[in-house]
Structures are given as structure tokens and as C-alpha cells.
Design a binder for this molecule. Structure first.
Ligand code: PGA
Length: 240
């Protein structure tokens, strides 16, 4: 693992945007796996700016999102379809036909893994991490062999995501997520974490035992992982 500890969220986002941008520039066709959430927001904003300035183009980029809530229409303002449109797709020259979500094939989730494979596999997968160590919505207990499927969200995830909804009651209980084996097939992975509340999950993911109790710990077994942290999320590593 290559680990960067940046001063703050802005520096973390710049590091991530620069790496993703140079990756896009190098590849003829880049297949990206992308997360939603607060963590990648600024990275997306910076990528949008680079695109506007003509430094990069998304014309030959394909994206596969990590997850999507079940039971929300695609145009619901809380859906991850809407998040991606607002934060990245509308800011770039990407062809919307090249953007995919795990519930695009209704309940036939296997088709998502198949679609990824047909696209040549994910070249670069960007991940956030949950307070409980989840990646995508692979909550603790998810099998390392899991593929794209529907799952129940953990209590901590519902609590954390309630900030985007009117109340906790409005957070969908279920979501469709890429599986852990789907994620691990990516050729390169970038894990982003920001803020003190992620510090325990970060410590367990990087230095803890590889265990389904902390899904992100499986990344220790991937050959090409870059971890980008801010000082707050890295505080338990720095003290070590
Ligand atoms: P966040 O979510 O970026 O909103 O903190 C990350 C995650 O739950 O994977």
C-alpha cells in the first residue's frame, strides 16, 4: 500500500484529483469505479474544473458506481444517480451512456458484474470508507467472495447517512452494492478517508487483521492500492 497523509481535506482532494486526472490522460479508454458521499465531493469538483480548463476529457471514460439505494427513483434528489449527475457528470464532457449503476439491470445484479467484465474490468476504483469499515455498502460480515447484490444497511450507516435526509426514517434500509470480489478485481484502487470519525476504521483497515468484521481490511491483499488520508483520519496511524 502507498499511503499519503495530507494536511487537510482540500489537500487530500487535490492529491486524489491529480492522480485520477493523470490516470485518465494516460489511458486510451479509462474505466473508473466511483463512490458517492461527502469524501469524494471536492475531488469531483476539482476534476470538473480540470475538464472545463481542457486539461482532461471524460469523452473516453466509462464509470461504474459502487452502489445505489434501493427503492428510490433514479431522479430522486437523494439517489446516487442524482449525486453523480450533480457533482461530476454535469461538470464534465462524459457521455451519460457510458455511466452505469448497480441497479441499472433491475434485480438482475449479476449483469452489472458482467457489464464491468465486458468493459475490460475496472482500471481505477475509488473508494470511501464507512465508520464501520464498509467499502461500497459491503457492511461488516460481507463475504470477501461477494458480488454485486442487494444488502441491508447497517445501523451506523443509516445514522451517518441520515444527514442527507429529512429524518433517519427516510433513509432507505436497503441498497445495491458492488461486491467485495467485484471491487478487488479492479486493477488499481484509491481509498479516501477524511475526518476524525474515520480514524478507527482507517487504523483497522490498514493495520488490523484481514477480517470480514472490517471489510476494508481486504485491501491489504490487493497489489495496487493508494490510500489518501487527511491528518484527522490518520491520527491513529500517526500515534502508532
Ligand atoms: P462519506 O461516506 O464519504 O459520506 O463519509 C463514505 C462511505 O460510507 O463509504
Amino acid at each position: 500500500m502507498e499511503i499519503y497523509i495530507e494536511k487537510n481535506y482540500d489537500a487530500l482532494s487535490k492529491r486524489a484529483a491529480d492522480i485520477i486526472a493523470s490516470f485518465i490522460k494516460q489511458k486510451q479508454i479509462a474505466v473508473l469505479g466511483l463512490p458517492t458521499g461527502s469524501t469524494p465531493q471536492k475531488t469531483y469538483e476539482m476534476l470538473g474544473k480540470k475538464c472545463k480548463k481542457g486539461e482532461i476529457s471524460f469523452k473516453k471514460v466509462k464509470t461504474f458506481n459502487l452502489d445505489e439505494y434501493s427503492g428510490l427513483s433514479f431522479d430522486n434528489c437523494q439517489s446516487y444517480h442524482s449525486f453523480m449527475k450533480k457533482n461530476l457528470f454535469s461538470k464534465t464532457d462524459i457521455d451519460i451512456k457510458n455511466t452505469f449503476f448497480p441497479n441499472d439491470f433491475k434485480l438482475d445484479y449479476k449483469k452489472y458484474d458482467k457489464k464491468i467484465k465486458e468493459s475490460g474490468g475496472i482500471d481505477l476504483q475509488v473508494l470511501g470508507i464507512g465508520r464501520d469499515g464498509h467499502i461500497g455498502f459491503n457492511e461488516p460480515g460481507s463475504k470477501f467472495s461477494s458480488k454485486t447484490r442487494e444488502i441491508f444497511l447497517a445501523k451506523t450507516t443509516i445514522e451517518d447517512n441520515a444527514r442527507f435526509f429529512k429524518s433517519k426514517k427516510d433513509v432507505p434500509q436497503k441498497a445495491v452494492t458492488m461486491g467485495i470480489s467485484t471491487i478487488m478485481k479492479a486493477k488499481k484502487i484509491i481509498l479516501l478517508a477524511s475526518g476524525e470519525k474515520k480514524s478507527r476504521a482507517v487504523l483497522n483497515a490498514i493495520f488490523g487483521p484481514v477480517s470480514t468484521k472490517v471489510p476494508a481490511s481486504i485491501l491489504q491483499r490487493h497489489k495496487n492500492v493508494i490510500v489518501i488520508l487527511d491528518e484527522e483520519s490518520a491520527q491513529k496511524l500517526i500515534k502508532k
